[in-house]
Design a protein around this ligand. Structure first.
Ligand code: AMP
Ligand code: MG
Ligand code: MG
Length: 320
């Protein structure tokens, strides 16, 4: 006999549309990954490896968090295509990395009608186990996020962002970490939506992957202020919390796992994410990983920022 609590969980999980069950699991899985990211930091040994160079790093936390996310989700949703950032040898995942819980809050929500009939095999999950690795290794801990995006038919339809070190500056005693999630048609949760006041143009861009084209584009927006922080997830959080008004990155470098979850959450609150030409990215399983034509994300006034992108930038970032 199944105990009553387990039985209720089982019934709830089996009665909801698959995309809501996947999202509800992704919520807990992202929290588990966040706790792994904290644990590796506290162990003191980050196990840093350079991927393509000194500005493209992987740590033990990237590796363990990805193993945890991919193994946990694929165990529960074996037909979903799951694509993680890190190239890892295929080996058994230790049981202590598996998360099998889910968010009841998400399961209680009504799935937007257009997504309620989706099948497991139609869904693609994009995983950035640790976004802002460079900043993680430098102790800029609030720049770090865990990103799990869900796509269907090439579109980002749901996303979870865990910020493992949220509140860390408040010191011991403060509750560390938070999880934000969203789905267009349903809304976004886990933060307070806010817009920048007085139409000020506060542009956020990269701090560790800059070059002349990137800065030419930022300056062309005639910003009142420029903020440089790490991580795609972190920049989108700053956008939806009203600290900045546009995320401008006129360069290749960002990949589909960086933008899928953030884009879903941004769309859920009426924002927009495109490349520098104003075209959206697709998230089908077989697309090119690289977002070669840059990233422009806003909560409002997207057309204004697009109209300011200089010809020289468009020329440098030609669509292929
Ligand atoms: P950033 O704004 O520099 O933190 O970049 C956002 C995301 O894109 C992070 O996951 C970075 O690792 C990735 N990224 C951006 N530019 C590059 C690059 N030139 N090489 C490797 N990764 C990059
Ligand atoms: Mg990343
Ligand atoms: Mg990463």
């Amino acid at each position: 006999m199944m105990n009553p609590t387990l039985q209720k969980q089982f019934l709830d999980m089996s009665g909801s549309p698959v995309v809501m069950r996947l999202l509800a699991s992704a919520y807990n899985v992202a929290e588990k990954a966040g706790s792994i990211v904290r644990k590796v930091l506290h162990s003191g040994d980050l196990g840093i490896v350079e991927k393509t160079g000194a500005n493209d790093l992987q740590t033990l936390a990237d590796r363990l968090a990805q193993q945890s996310i991919c193994a946990s989700l694929s165990r529960r949703f074996p037909k979903v295509t799951i694509i993680g950032e890190e190239d890892l040898p295929s080996e058994e995942t230790s049981e202590d990395l598996i998360e099998d819980g889910h968010s009841e809050e998400i399961l209680q929500k009504t799935c937007p009608a257009e997504y309620s009939g989706l099948k497991e095999e139609e869904l693609v999950v994009w995983v950035d186990p640790l976004d802002g690795t460079k900043e993680y290794t430098e102790g800029l801990l609030d720049h770090v996020t865990v990103l799990i995006g869900i796509a269907y038919g090439g579109k980002a339809i749901a996303g979870v962002i865990n910020q493992p070190f949220y509140n860390y500056q408040l010191g011991a005693g403060a509750e560390l970490g938070r999880t934000i999630w969203g789905m267009p048609g349903l809304g976004a949760f886990g933060f307070q939506l806010k817009e920048v006041e007085n139409d000020r143009r506060i542009v956020v861009t990269t701090r560790s992957h800059s070059n002349k084209v990137v800065m030419d584009c930022v300056n062309a927006m005639e910003p009142h202020e420029v903020v440089r922080v790490g991580g795609a997830g972190n920049k989108i959080i700053q956008l939806v919390e009203g600290q900045v008004s546009a995320y401008v990155f006129a360069s290749l470098g960002c990949k589909k796992w960086d933008t899928c979850a953030p884009e879903a959450i941004l769309h859920a609150v009426g924002g927009k994410l495109t490349d520098m030409h104003g075209n959206g990215y697709r998230y089908d399983a077989n697309v090119k990983r690289m977002n070669s034509t840059g990233v422009l994300a806003t909560l409002r006034n997207h057309e204004f920022y697009l109209s300011r992108v200089p010809q020289s930038v468009l020329q440098a970032l030609k669509a292929d």
